[in-house]
Write a protein that binds this ligand. Structure first.
Ligand code: HEC
Ligand code: HEC
Length: 281
């Protein structure tokens, strides 16, 4: 870290509060699904981190409890809306998602592998891009707006059926160059504050920053229901907010830059359980 960055961070981080460690707590969903919220870091991070931790461990007692029971989790209301959309016919082909995929439970195990390389498209695709491919190419329906309404609700529904399964995105093979691009972004300092993602989420997690308990910035819990805006938030929207906080120009949800960043950040959570929809501040 250079001197300037260090000085700015020192003013942001609350020095009066010493390290505020993540809580020692276990997340069991609906008294049956064990969620892995901390585990050994994946091999590609072994130089920088021993353990990876879910953002859940950095939230308060009430927020953590809300996520443990689907009846208390407001994010599940949006999942239920998406379950109805799953069965609703849309587009010129007269098809619904269930016409081809049957029950949404058939999608268990899909979310942990995204973003992933799509040979036909010749690019890395996020889950929302894959869903839009089905809509535009197979249903004759309009693409949904990125990180908004129906798109984020469907991502949450697809995530909900994979909860408890370990994130497992591929970082080699044809996805590798996109992953490298995302990694480069993660470590590049941006904005007037000259801070990279790593300055906050790798070097200083556990510290208090303003009134917030800084986590590792993992996305295994996304989409996340935020108490702040009472809706589901996509990972790209979150990236955008964090980049804005460094007073830098940011990218749009669905942009090539954020797709690469999503792949890289997802890979930092390989081994943590899929948690979405999670509850965050
Ligand atoms: C100035 C410090 C700072 C920087 C730089 C920063 N963030 Fe954050 N970020 C935060 C704070 C504060 C939060 C809210 C508390 C938390 O969950 O860590 C947060 C939250 C997040 C979350 C939500 C985690 C969860 O479990 O809900 C993600 C994901 C994230 N950041 C990713 C990024 C990425 C990617 C970058 C780089 C583009 C970045 N952040 C840059 C401070 C920062
Ligand atoms: C006409 C049939 C059809 C319809 C309707 C359809 N899909 Fe698909 N879907 C497919 C096919 C075929 C694939 C495999 C494509 C591929 O591998 O590139 C697929 C792949 C997927 C995948 C990725 C699965 C994986 O293992 O990576 C998801 C997620 C998905 N669809 C979601 C949806 C959703 C959500 C809808 C409704 C909005 C929908 N699909 C509608 C045919 C359909």
């Amino acid at each position: 870290m250079n001197k300037l960055t260090g000085a700015i961070l020192a003013t942001l981080l609350t020095t009066t509060v010493a390290l505020a460690d993540p809580v020692d707590d276990n997340l069991v969903l609906n008294e049956e699904t064990q969620i892995v919220t901390r585990t050994a870091a994946p091999a590609h991070l072994s130089d920088v981190l021993d353990e990876v931790m879910s953002g859940w461990l950095f939230r308060g007692t009430e927020t953590r409890a809300m996520q443990a029971d689907d009846f208390d989790n407001p994010g599940m209301i949006f999942v239920e809306q998406a379950m109805e959309t799953w069965d609703a016919v849309d587009g010129t082909e007269g098809k619904s998602c269930s016409s081809c995929h049957n029950d949404i439970d058939s999608m268990a195990g899909v979310k942990p592998t995204y973003p992933k390389w799509d040979a036909k498209a010749g690019t890395v695709q996020t889950l929302q891009m894959q869903v839009n491919e089905c809509r535009t190419e197979r249903m004759g329906a309009e693409a949904w707006d990125y990180d908004k309404g129906a798109a984020i609700n469907m991502e949450a529904a697809l995530s909900s059926v994979s909860r408890g399964m370990p994130v497992n995105v591929a970082i080699d093979g044809p996805a590798q160059s996109t992953w490298e691009q995302g990694k480069e972004m993660y470590y590049t300092r941006t904005g007037q504050l000259e801070l990279s993602c790593a300055n906050c989420h790798e070097d200083n997690y556990g510290m208090m920053i303003r009134a917030d308990h800084l986590s590792q910035g993992q996305i295994n819990g996304f989409p996340a229901y935020r108490l702040k805006n009472t809706k589901l938030n996509g990972a790209h929207d979150r990236f955008k907010g964090c980049i804005r906080d460094t007073r830098a120009e940011t990218y749009s949800p669905g942009s090539a830059e954020f797709i690469a960043l999503e792949l890289y950040v997802a890979s930092r959570g390989n081994g943590l359980s899929v948690e979405g929809p999670s509850i965050r501040n």
